[in-house]
Design a binder for this molecule. Structure first.
Ligand code: CUA
Length: 334
């Protein structure tokens, strides 16, 4: 693995491995039980078949015409025994397949079942980033964020998925299987994590040149921590006290930044790029591309094309002082 990848996983603080076989919630756990049951039963059958094939090949009993004659004409005792074995094994195959069919349907139904009370989060796929809305009946409480998903542990969360451009696919290996994000169509799934931690989600459908750099850290909080996080996230951005950050705010609002990016509470309403209200509290930049450090942020603002070639964000030639002030400002956006 490249050094950058290690640094990134460290920056995200992933809990364990990004693996389907390391379930962190009930949906993936039931899928794992189904997978292991199928794997174990299929392995036992496969081993039995291979052993039988070797035994038949090695027993080297030559079959003569006299051996076959009575079978063709009158079935003898040995023939009846063999027929019994074959019939039994065919029956066993049918029973095993039926049992797995029922088990598979049961797991599928449980995954699709609508829990009684859920938090709803909308995720909109873009080339190549994730827009995340924490829905609330009170419009003033809706939180718009990007490139990071926060959910409470021990509580099902409904995730509604759609896309603004091409087909993407939402996949959190530790929590749930893949689900496509399709333009003009909203699909939905229920996420349920039972242990707090950070899990890495990844776009799992080729969606253009930067498909590989379309990751999404999923932060699972304890219930209380999540409530605290959500109420903090509802707060709009404040005008900074620091003079350089205030100058940086002017650079942001007067320059091209605000035509593509929104900051809640500021006259910046762009929706082409990610909402930046909570940029400084994110773990990564460029949808899981770089750890979110001041140096990386500066490099990203000046020349995103060299970091994520093809990304919609253009290069920005800023005077050194403006860049410093802008970074001071962006780092206040907690
Ligand atoms: Cu989005 Cu691949």
């Amino acid at each position: 693995m490249r050094r950058g990848t290690w640094l990134l996983l460290f920056a995200i603080g992933c809990a364990g491995s990004q693996s389907v076989l390391d379930p962190a919630g009930p949906p993936n756990r039931s899928l794992n039980h189904l997978f292991w049951a199928m794997l174990i039963v299929a392995s036992v059958i496969w081993i039995a078949v291979v052993v039988a094939a070797f035994w038949a090949a090695l027993s080297r009993r030559r079959i003569t015409r006299e051996d076959l004659e009575p079978i063709i004409t009158v079935p003898n005792e040995e023939h009846r025994r063999h027929t019994g074995i074959v019939t039994g094994l065919v029956g066993a195959t049918i029973v095993i397949l039926l049992l797995f069919l029922v088990y598979d349907f049961t797991v599928g139904r449980a995954l699709a079942e609508r829990p009684s009370r859920t938090l709803t989060i909308e995720i909109i796929g873009h080339q190549w980033w994730w827009e995340v809305h924490y829905v609330d009946p009170d419009p003033s409480k809706i939180v718009v964020d990007a490139n990071e998903l926060h959910i409470p542990a021990g509580e099902p969360v409904q995730v509604k998925l759609s896309s603004r451009d091409v087909i993407h696919s939402f996949w959190v290996p530790n929590l749930i299987g893949k689900r496509d994000l399709i333009p003009g169509y909203t699909s939905s799934l229920f996420l349920n994590a039972d242990r707090a931690g950070v899990y890495r989600a990844q776009c799992a459908e080729f969606c253009g040149t930067e498909h590989a750099k379309m990751a999404l850290p999923v932060v699972v909080h304890s219930r209380n921590d999540f409530a605290a996080w959500l109420s903090e996230a509802r707060a709009p951005a404040a005008v900074p006290n620091d003079s350089s950050a205030r100058d940086g705010r002017q650079v942001f609002l007067a320059g091209p930044c605000s035509s593509c990016h929104a900051i809640t509470g500021e006259p910046a309403y762009g929706t082409v790029g990610p909402n930046l209200t909570h940029l400084a509290s994110r773990k990564t930049l460029g949808a899981g591309t770089l750890p979110n450090t001041r140096g990386n942020l500066g490099g990203w603002v000046v020349d995103p094309q060299s970091i994520k070639p093809g990304v919609r964000m253009p290069s920005n030639q800023l005077a050194a002082k403006d860049l410093r002030n802008l970074l001071d400002y962006l780092q206040t956006l907690k």
